[in-house]
Design a protein around this ligand. Structure first.
Ligand SMILES: Nc1ncnc2c1ncn2[C@@H]1O[C@H](COP(=O)(O)OP(=O)(O)O)[C@@H](O)[C@H]1O
Ligand SMILES: [Mg+2]
Length: 228
């Protein structure tokens, strides 16, 4: 066997598929500001773009208010864009900056609901759920209603729901704000595993210390994305 053939056989299956999972280009977005009388438009994104490939962790960084969450919402499709193009291949998991949870439901009930929404086989959902509960260390709280959970545990559930269906693309908006140090480290193990399995991960962060954990960093400045 030649070296080239062996390398090809050893390469992960997804390495053969070089097509990006997500491509956004020239994204524009304005919000309306002010009351009914002095309504004016305020442009947050002027020319933003990002390309995500299998097996990479990309950081999205920028100052507070620079439009990172706005861009994430456009990528996930929950917010309309004013212009630009967006193409996606594969399934997507999203961890919003502000957890969107049901106060009256427990983590277990959330997983069940999301499992149904993603059409997961019950056994697949259960094993993914148990792994997430264990790795993020909130098994003890699985039966407690969200209204009684701490901010840290809510953040774990918020992230866990994004991970549940093992999506091809993970969009995580400041997922570890509120995590303790151990959970923060486990978060990075978990992300590294998903990347190895061929997922593309985009993480909004404003910790300079995170920068070495990313394969690539995209800066959002004055409404434009700049690769660094
Ligand atoms: N729904 C909205 N309506 C009006 N302005 C908004 C809305 N959402 C965000 N903004 C404004 O857009 C800017 C970018 O917000 P955001 O995308 O949340 O930034 P980041 O996540 O980088 O902190 C901020 O000035 C924010 O106040
Ligand atoms: Mg934000």
């Amino acid at each position: 066997m030649t070296g080239a053939v062996r390398r090809q056989m050893e390469a992960p299956v997804w390495a053969v598929d070089a097509q990006p999972l997500l491509v956004a280009a020239g994204i524009r977005k304005s919000y309306r500001r002010g009351g009914l009388v002095r309504r004016r438009s305020f442009q947050v994104l002027i020319d933003a773009g990002v390309e995500l490939h299998r097996g990479e962790i990309v950081g999205l960084v920028g100052e507070n208010g620079s439009g990172k969450s706005t861009l994430m919402k456009i990528l996930i499709g929950s917010l309309d864009r004013d212009g630009g193009t967006l193409t996606r291949h594969g399934s997507i998991g999203y961890c919003p900056q502000k957890p969107i949870l049901y106060e009256r439901l427990t983590p277990d009930e959330h997983f069940e609901l999301f499992g149904h929404a993603h059409n997961l086989e019950p056994a697949v959902m259960e094993s993914a759920r148990d792994e997430i509960l264990e790795i993020l260390d909130f098994t003890l709280h699985r039966g407690v209603r969200v209204e009684e959970l701490s901010g840290g545990t809510r953040a774990k559930l918020n992230l866990g729901l994004a991970l549940l269906a093992d999506p091809d693309i993970l969009l995580l908006d400041e997922p570890y704000a509120g995590f303790d140090w151990d959970t923060y480290l486990r978060f990075w193990d978990l992300t590294a595993e998903r990347r190895k399995a061929g997922s593309a991960v985009l993480i909004v962060s404003h910790f300079v210390a995170d920068e070495e954990r990313f394969d690539r960093i995209v800066h959002l400045e004055d409404g434009r994305t700049v690769a660094r």
